[in-house]
Write a protein that binds this ligand. Structure first.
Ligand SMILES: *Cc1c(COP(=O)(O)O)cnc(C)c1O
Length: 374
């Protein structure tokens, strides 16, 4: 598909995603204004059923964002002060914020240098008698290596949860992310693989008891109106967003397939280029390529060069969680997680979205090549 002369490539392009489904989205907006069922309307339970089915999981619960979803999962398991929860140093800050929000202590481990995800070999050394659970993150849309993580979790009687905020539709050994452990948090932040027109999130959980508990927690702790049986919160998914997400969910597999097509195209074009490390799709993974992340020595130089060519890029993430000012209290000095720290200075995310064309991918690679060989 050629669309004429390329003059710019944004990092993401949600307008291009919305254009072909604009009429459907507008119908959702219009209906919400006349129905006025803004809070926990029928579209919420309809989306929850559709999303659970999509994840091959028994229950999904709509939450108002991904950070709150992970926090509600930890609260549903009564994780709090005095408890430790292990996650990975290379993640978006929200994973760690959810753990500290409930009063638990985040304990971090380094990543595997090939997958960029939690290194299961580092896990056991991080377990103490206070550890209650592990949050595995499927970063950039590639599943973490769940089997060894689950095995270690089971051996030490720990909960194994998933942060699937970047992995809607990804498969680990043929099983959908979100249905691999003791509950999974998803984000529908607009730029995620499945994104709302605003904030949104969901939990996918394995048991009816857990689903019921989370439904109470998100809705003031009430079992029925004005009967508050537990200390609750207000973390409901909007009816309007649920309606929009139901429309978009029907396109998700198609969009993910397009992302995979572009990622494999990038990988082929970059394979023999010296000075750049392309991502590796692990044998156990069918990734959904939320981000396409490469490594180069002069990362900042490459970004500036691509910027001049009107090619958008990002860094995910420039400062590892343990080196953020907010988490100095955790007491991890620089050098604690060498792979995460080294990669933070080399990673750059290239444009990646379903509506890209082959020409656009080739245009990006051509300019990357020009920078590297100059
Ligand atoms: C986006 C994201 C979150 C947080 O989701 P929000 O909806 O923005 O609160 C959590 N974890 C990861 C890995 C994410 O990418």
């Amino acid at each position: 598909m050629t669309t004429g002369v390329i003059s710019q490539i944004p990092f993401v392009d949600l307008a291009a995603q919305h254009a072909p489904i604009a009429a459907e989205l507008e119908a959702i907006f219009r209906a919400s204004i006349t129905k006025t069922d803004f809070i926990l309307g029928k579209s919420v339970s309809q989306f929850e059923e559709a999303f659970a089915t999509y994840c091959d999981a028994p229950y999904a619960i709509g939450i108002d964002n991904g950070t709150a979803a992970l926090e509600m999962l930890l609260r549903a398991y009564d994780i709090g002060p005095g408890d430790e929860v292990i996650t990975v140093a290379n993640t978006f800050i929200a994973t760690v914020l959810a753990i500290s929000s409930v009063g638990a202590t985040p304990v971090l481990v380094d990543i595997d240098p090939v997958s960029y995800n939690m290194d299961p070999a580092k896990l056991e050394a991080a377990i103490t008698e206070r550890t209650r659970g592990i949050v595995a993150v499927h970063l950039y849309g590639q599943p973490a290596d769940m089997d060894p993580i689950l095995e270690i979790g089971r051996k030490h009687n720990l909960l194994v949860m998933e942060d699937a905020a970047q992995a809607h539709g990804a498969y680990y050994k043929g099983k959908r992310c979100g249905a691999l452990g003791d509950g999974a948090a998803f984000s529908f932040y607009p730029a995620k693989n499945l994104g709302a027109c605003g904030d949104g999130g969901a939990l996918v959980v394995p048991t009816a008891e857990l689903a019921e508990r989370i439904k109470m927690l998100r809705n003031y702790g009430q079992r029925e109106k004005y009967h508050h049986v537990t200390l609750g919160f207000n973390h409901r998914l909007d009816t309007l967003q649920a309606g929009i997400l139901s429309v978009k969910l029907r396109h998700l597999d198609g969009w993910n397939a397009a992302r995979a097509h572009h990622a494999h195209h990038y990988n082929r074009l970059l394979a023999d280029m010296p000075g750049i490390v392309a991502p590796t799709e692990m044998d156990y993974a069918q990734a959904v390529w939320h981000l396409y992340v490469v490594r180069v020595a002069d990362r900042d130089g490459l970004r500036a060069y691509l910027q001049e060519q009107h090619i958008g890029t990002g860094i995910h993430y420039p400062i590892p969680c343990h080196l953020q000012e907010a988490y100095t209290y955790l007491g991890y000095p620089r050098g604690s997680f060498p792979v995460t720290e080294a990669y933070a200075d080399q990673i750059v995310s290239l444009p990646m979205y379903a509506e890209m064309t082959d020409d656009m991918v080739e245009y990006v690679v051509e300019h990357v090549h020009r920078f590297i060989s100059q």
